[in-house]
Design a protein around this ligand. Sequence first.
Ligand code: SAM
Ligand code: SF4
Length: 439
Amino acid sequence: MSEPKKLYIKTYGCQMNVYDSERMSETLGGQGYVETKSPEDADMILLNTCHIREKAAEKVYSELGRFKGLKAEKPDLKIGVAGCVAQAEGEEIMRRQPLVDLVVGPQSYHRLPEMEAKTRTGAKALDTDFPEEDKFEKLKNRPKAKRGPTAFLTVQEGCDKFCAFCVVPYTRGAEVSRPADRIIREAQDLVERGVREITLLGQNVNAYHGAGPKGDMTLAGLIWELNKVDGLERIRFTTSHPNDMADDLIEAHGTCNKLMPYLHLPVQSGSDRILKRMNRSHTAESYLRLIERIRAARPDIVMSGDFIVGFPEETEEDFQATLDLVQEVKYGYAYSFKYSTRPGTPAAERPQVDPDAADDRLQRLQALITQHQREIQDAMVGRKVSVLFEKPGRLAGQMVGKSEYLHSVHVSDADVAVGELRDVRITSSGANSLAGELI
Ligand code: SAM
Ligand code: SF4
């Protein structure tokens, strides 16, 4: 038997890229590749890139430059760029970095086998189309090997919202939802492989409207169908847009037993003036009322969000409105970013905020978020939570998992296996995790 070829795949950016990397690796598995953790061992190196913030492309070029020596030593080594930088830069990547053999956009990676074969003839392969055919239909069935207890599952891709700062509508294309029966089958397959928690993914996941048996299905409808899958214990979804938070989805948070009490609902800013300029089509007030309704459905829900500070023309007063909103919501988690100019997006042409002022605002926002995060985490002490154990901890006998609220929980001397779901009493709260004991 010939030695399997080795694939080294490095993933940047969001969870959708993590999912795409898994699917690309499985697809190349059909060509005889197995994954390696070391680029030195690889017959193919694939960088699955992210383009959401500035300098992403530059980082990819510098990473590629580091493979020059490897390629010189091993001329048969194939080097590929996938993901959103591949989509945005296309052929330019091969022009600027001739060692690249393959460039594949996020909508074309089902064509990787043919592309890989083409590179083996010494030719270059480029595909950044938004093909008519459905990528997911063309991808091979997923392998049946056992895997860890949590998995991502992409149900929706692309975005039609065109927020003024964002490249996603250009790199990922228009919003498309996968048919419900395919998603349910994929979920069943994942459960057979040992998965107990699935996070449904989409750039705009709550805009999901995939074909179901009785017409288009909403995300809540899909979640209710997944709720029936035996062996699946937990469902999460990300990332949602406030405007697509439909009544049935809010209600599901109160009534669907497998839907976890955690919701990532980015607001970006607390200033209506800035939200309008961002083309977000919600106001701070409408967002706050929405959270009230979600909390009425599920009082213990932990909220998470995204923020951009230093968006063009943001004043200190606008920023204060963001701090006020954060103060009112109290997020259990939140991701905040300094505005990053993306050429080709509407905001790129507008007057920019002084970078020092933006840095200062980012620090102040992050300090407030961290304070709330810690308060919410500390308030878990003494409470009973349910933990899905994912892996052994750093100390002997210790096991680590996630609570329903997505907090990391460590249990010492835990007689539990990976994949077990157990009730735990929280005994203390540390910097980034909780400790507890089995009940
Ligand atoms: N669809 C999600 C939404 O509407 O909130 C977000 C998807 S985006 C991949 C993830 C986050 O990156 C955004 O919520 C935003 O906070 C941040 N982001 C996007 N473009 C950005 C930019 N140009 N500069 C800074 N942060 C940005
Ligand atoms: Fe980008 Fe999200 Fe806005 Fe779509 S809704 S343009 S993905 S920030």
